[in-house]
Design a protein around this ligand. Structure first.
Ligand SMILES: NC(=O)C1=CN([C@@H]2O[C@H](COP(=O)(O)OP(=O)(O)OC[C@H]3O[C@@H](n4cnc5c(N)ncnc54)[C@H](OP(=O)(O)O)[C@@H]3O)[C@@H](O)[C@H]2O)C=CC1
Ligand SMILES: O=C(O)CCC(=O)C(=O)O
Length: 443
């Protein structure tokens, strides 16, 4: 039996070579050690091992044909982590770096994130090592169809409801949804992140990025501060990054950077709405690279974290993108506010530096939960056979992000004037998941 102090042996035995997964479990176990001691139930019901072992992992081959008739094979997975609080829910990622460890960390995180939303959703994640970069639309379509020809048997509106993540937008969701319809001949809310034209929720596309800013606004308010004229460094230039930038500008902040895997685009005085719109067209509509942008100053091979006149960092690209050295640079430059748009964007060392510096630190499982929350609202709309107006969705998103903020501080107190949000989020999620586990009995 494992405790938050001894879980490593279990991970080494049952999940060897899964660096990212170990990192995500460690973060949680570090934060819940005290809570674990407060009740004998946790040890008696062997909660730690049951929490870190996924319900099941489905692994499958995806064969697809390119435009020249050549046949390719990719690996794909769906990690159905826990359905303690509702049907499995979480995104699909298509990226060459996808492997079982990455999806286990993302699925594990998703359980805590979904618990924080207050909506009835379990945690899951899936995807493939397929690289859509450089592929034609027809190739992407054939890949998505082949992917769904296996996945369909494992999902359903009350079983498991996937959505998008890196390189999976409403475009890919559309192809997968179409294939599901052809196989099942049943229109049901089996995927979220659809376009509003056929059952998607208004505002789902914007929800994660907007939600990050709503959460950040709550964090700042709780520390007698605001977004007004704050200078923000954003990494990434995908769905989350660009919508976070859009809402930050609307809230009166200055967005100094966005980035992609090629480099950083820098705006000394903050990007204008017009400049942001041109980047949105380039990245979201034309699949372009930032080096092709006609606005800003492009810094090849540079991350945003070295820019030395900022107040806030918003990593919105991918896991472990902000390393120990970057954290040192940011803290050295007096950037003491950080809110995570991406999932686990900080290395363990970088995270520790921000925590030890008593910085204002918004953890991903709380800060980026707006996307899955609006996915939850999309499920409600599909089940009711209705479509809500954007004003209602945005109002709900605002409410949910405020409630997530409340939940993060429910079990913790300010230390040296700062709320420990990461600890608060982990304790809240742990209590909720462990409570359901005990209530459901052993099985
Ligand atoms: N979409 C959603 O609703 C949600 C997403 N998230 C998380 O947010 C993050 C971003 O997702 P999303 O915006 O949807 O994905 P997108 O595919 O829309 O965008 C990803 C962005 O990150 C950049 N990126 C990816 N890998 C790297 C890397 N190794 N180094 C530098 N830049 C990189 C990409 O650049 P390039 O084009 O060069 O690859 C791109 O700009 C992920 O961690 C995801 O899990 C969290 C909650 C919900
Ligand atoms: O909308 C969803 O179901 C999942 C979003 C997601 O993948 C995430 O929160 O990381």
């Amino acid at each position: 039996m494992s405790s938050p102090d001894t879980y490593q042996e279990y991970l080494e035995n049952y999940h060897p070579h899964a660096e990212e997964f170990h990192q995500a479990v460690k973060e949680v176990c570090d934060d819940i050690a005290e809570e674990y001691e407060s009740s004998d139930d946790y040890a008696e019901w062997n909660i730690i091992e049951r929490l870190i072992e996924p319900d099941r992992i489905i692994k499958f081959r995806v064969s697809w044909e390119d435009d020249k008739g050549k046949v390719h094979v990719n690996r794909a997975w769906r990690v159905q982590f826990h359905n303690l609080l509702g049907a499995y829910k979480g995104g699909l990622r298509f990226h060459p770096t996808v492997n079982e460890s990455v999806l286990k960390f993302l699925g594990f995180e998703q359980c805590f994130k979904n618990a924080l939303t207050g909506l009835p959703m379990g945690g899951a994640k899936g995807g493939s090592d397929f690289n859509p970069k450089g592929k034609s639309q027809r190739e992407i379509m054939r890949f998505c169809q082949s992917f769904m020809r296996e996945l369909y048997r494992h999902i359903g509106p009350d079983t498991d409801v996937p959505a998008g993540d890196i390189n999976v937008s409403s475009n890919e969701i559309g192809f997968m949804f179409g294939e599901y319809l052809r196989i099942n001949n049943r229109w049901e809310g089996v995927l979220t992140g659809k376009t509003p034209g056929f059952g998607g929720s208004c505002g789902r596309e914007e929800a994660t990025g907007y939600g990050v800013i709503y959460f950040l606004r709550e964090m700042l308010q709780a520390h007698d501060d605001s977004l007004d004229n704050k200078r923000i460094l954003i990494s990434g230039s995908g769905n989350v990054a660009l919508h976070a930038a859009e809402k930050a500008i609307a809230e009166g902040a200055l967005v100094l950077t966005v980035s992609d895997s090629g480099g950083t685009l820098y705006f000394k005085d903050g990007m204008t709405e017009k400049e942001l719109n041109s980047i949105k067209s380039l990245k979201l509509d034309e699949n372009g690279r930032l080096e092709e942008a006609s606005v800003g100053e492009y810094q090849e091979d540079k991350k945003p974290w070295g820019i030395d006149n900022a107040d806030i960092a918003l990593p919105c690209a991918t896991q472990n993108e902000l390393d120990d050295k970057d954290a040192e640079t940011l803290l050295g430059n007096e950037v003491r506010i950080l809110c995570e748009g991406a999932n686990m964007p900080l290395t363990d060392g970088a995270r520790k530096q921000f925590l030890n510096a008593n910085a204002l630190y918004g953890p991903a499982k709380a800060a980026n939960a707006g996307g899955v929350a609006v996915s939850g609202l999309e499920r409600s709309q599909n089940a009711e056979l209705t479509t809500w107006p954007i004003s209602r969705v945005d109002e709900e998103l605002n409410r949910i992000m405020k409630e997530i903020h409340e939940r993060c501080i429910q079990h913790v107190e300010k230390k040296d004037g700062v709320y420990p949000y990461s600890r608060g989020a982990n304790i809240y999620g742990f209590k909720k998941l462990a409570g359901a586990m005990v209530a459901h009995g052993i099985g």
